[in-house]
Structure formats: C-alpha cells, structure tokens
Design a protein. Structure first.
Length: 159
C-alpha cells in the first residue's frame, strides 16, 4: 500500500476520483483478485513492484483487468514493469475465453506511453471527456488454453 500511495496518490488527488486509501485496500481483496509481487534484492523486505488483476466481464467480453501495476522509483528502467505486464499477459493467454487485457489509467499518468509501447491502445469503451483512459490489448490464447475449450482444438504440429 505504501508503494501505491507514493506512486499514485497525487494523481488520484488531482483527479475527479480523489484519493481513498481505504477504497484501495478494499479493492486489493475483491473476490478473485490476484497479486504478483517482486521484492527488491538489494533491500531486504522492500517491494520493488507489484501488479493486481482479476478475470472479469467487460462489455460482454471476458478480460483480465489490471487494477494496479506499480514499480518503485528505485527499480524503474530495469524492465520490471514490462515483466509484470508480461506475467499478466501470460495468465490471460492461459485462461480460456479471455479476449483482452484491460486497464484504466489517468490521462496525466506518465506511464501511459509505457502502456502504449507494450501494445495497449485506447479501448472503444474509454470515455472522451474524462481524466482517465481505458486501455486494452487483444489476447491470443495459447494452445493449452484452447485445447479444453469446446469448439477449439490445438493447432497441428509441423513435422
């Protein structure tokens, strides 16, 4: 929670949403919420970064929704954010039926460019007149994810 507060509280306070640590703590324990944490190897007990996500329904599509992707200032530029995003993409690809990875970010968030470089684009459902954006990236399922899904079969293997 400390990393989230340090990274995001000013953006939340400047937004129409306002900052509520209580609301953020409640979000972290929503049913189905998953968290991936990376600890700082140079500072025992310190969090280098984390992501939180859950599988949800968004406008009739099953999606992996990223609630948080946070990297400590001391760990930025090392590829940790990209690795956390890749982790979520792997989970999404391995989950039958998931069509998109989605997230919400503030218009003023400097990470917006990072998300775009990683393949996310503004979603059709993103409002035009808000201080936030909804972004998404299509998911191509893995063979393992489609194998047990009715109507799908694994791609043939070339010899």
């Amino acid at each position: 929670m400390q990393l989230l507060d340090k990274n995001m509280s000013a953006l939340y306070r400047a937004s129409t949403w306002g900052w509520s640590p209580t609301r953020k703590r409640e979000e972290l324990v929503l049913p189905g919420m998953c968290i991936a944490r990376v600890m700082d190897s140079t500072a025992p007990g310190q969090l280098a970064g984390f992501c939180t996500y859950l599988i949800d329904d968004e406008d009739g599509d099953q999606v992996l929704y990223c609630y948080e992707l946070q990297v400590a200032a001391t760990a930025r530029g090392l590829g940790l954010g990209r690795r956390l995003l890749q982790h979520m993409m792997s989970v999404a690809r391995a989950t039958p039926g998931v069509r998109f990875l989605m997230l919400t970010t503030f218009q003023a968030n400097p990470s917006r460019g990072f998300f775009e470089r990683c393949g996310l684009a503004i979603a059709p459902s993103s409002p035009d007149d808000a201080d936030y954006l909804i972004m998404r990236c299509p998911i191509t399922p893995t063979v393992a994810a489609t194998h047990d899904t009715p109507g799908h079969s694994p791609a043939p293997q070339s010899q």
